[in-house]
Write a protein that binds this ligand. Structure first.
Ligand code: 0O2
Ligand code: 0O2
Length: 266
């Protein structure tokens, strides 16, 4: 092994992880405030342990003097999302930032790994400001759903336990669990669509009601008192019965009547 000072070597990576964590957590708060929903559940980060760096360098044949370019995840950030759709949104937001340079992305969601691993990785070059000047370091940002994270965490621990040599039956069970995690994500996405759909229906219904009630008021303004009173009566009845189709038809009738009144007036 070379005689490098590991603490000094890892310092800029530690700084990169801390800064990236803060920046992404701030993005999370900003989105929550602006949109009342954040596509980000939580953010974690770590600097790879020295033993893992050495293991990986050996596995990938990276010479010791090329660790900085040969190992891309010495600084690692992980963003967890609720829904698969959030991943694309976040990746887009990260790719348009100017405080890091996007090198490339690995989409293990469209192309899951043989192990069953799914996640979206973005490799970035992040400029760390040190006392010796600016130092660019590589960092890996992993974006995944909570289900993907659950699976990956368990699989990672099992691999550690069996030192990367998983018995066939464990592999098979992990593969089934990966399938279950995928189905869970799909199911949650469809529930999400239902939620969005019902929010939209609620919004449409609210708009329909407020527009119609304003138009009935306007009819009074045009002295169509009897008509307006009739529409108001129909509205009360349909509202009571929660008859949305009836309300839509009534809204059309109110609108026609109001247009006619406006035309006749002037
Ligand atoms: P909050 O508001 O508690 O969620 P730091 O002290 O900032 O250097 P940090 O960020 O605390 O380090 O440590 P780490 O390990 O990078 O990130 C842990 C963060 O992930 C913590 O959030 C945990 O609460 C959060 N976390 C871990 N597992 C889960 C989980 O299963 N669900 C949720 N919702 N959050 C989890 P923070 O940053 O302390 O903030
Ligand atoms: P850590 O820090 O222990 O998580 P490789 O494919 O490993 O030869 P590369 O090019 O870095 O090398 O690959 P990749 O696939 O982009 O992997 C980088 C990281 O993604 C890994 O880091 C894991 O965190 C995660 N990952 C990739 N494949 C799997 C998998 O099958 N299961 C799990 N649980 N995680 C995976 P490290 O180096 O393993 O380190």
């Amino acid at each position: 092994m070379d005689g490098r000072d590991w603490s000094k070597f890892l310092l800029p990576y530690e700084q990169a992880v801390e800064e990236l964590k803060i920046k992404l957590k701030l993005l999370r708060s900003e989105l929550k405030m602006r949109e009342e929903y954040s596509p980000m559940e939580f953010v974690t980060g770590r600097v790879k342990r020295i033993s893992s760096i050495l293991d990986k360098a050996k596995r990938l044949n990276v010479p010791m003097d090329q660790l900085e370019t040969g190992i891309e995840d010495i600084a690692g950030i992980r963003i967890m999302c609720q829904f698969v759709e959030d991943i694309e949104r976040l990746a887009g937001l990260i790719k348009q930032r100017h405080d890091m340079k996007i090198l490339y992305a690995k989409d293990y969601i469209t192309n899951k790994k043989e192990s069953g691993y799914r996640s979206y990785h973005i490799i970035v070059e992040y400029p760390v400001q040190t006392s010796l000047g600016m130092k660019p370091v590589l960092a890996e940002i992993q974006i995944r759903t909570l289900a993907m994270n659950f699976w990956a965490t368990i699989e990672h621990s099992l691999n550690y336990k069996y030192r990367g040599d998983l018995p066939e039956d464990v592999k098979e069970r992990l593969s089934k669990a990966a399938e279950a995690a995928y189905l869970l994500d799909t199911e949650m996405s469809s529930i999400r669509e239902d939620i969005t759909e019902s929010q939209k229906l609620f919004e449409d219904r609210s708009n329909l009601v407020s527009t119609m009630l304003n138009e009935i008021q306007e009819l009074y303004f045009y002295r169509r008192v009897r008509e307006a009173a009739h529409f108001q009566f129909c509205f009360n009845e349909l509202w009571e019965k929660e008859d949305i189709t009836g309300l839509k038809q009534l809204a059309e009738a109110v609108q026609t009547s109001l247009s006619k009144a406006k035309r006749e007036q002037g």
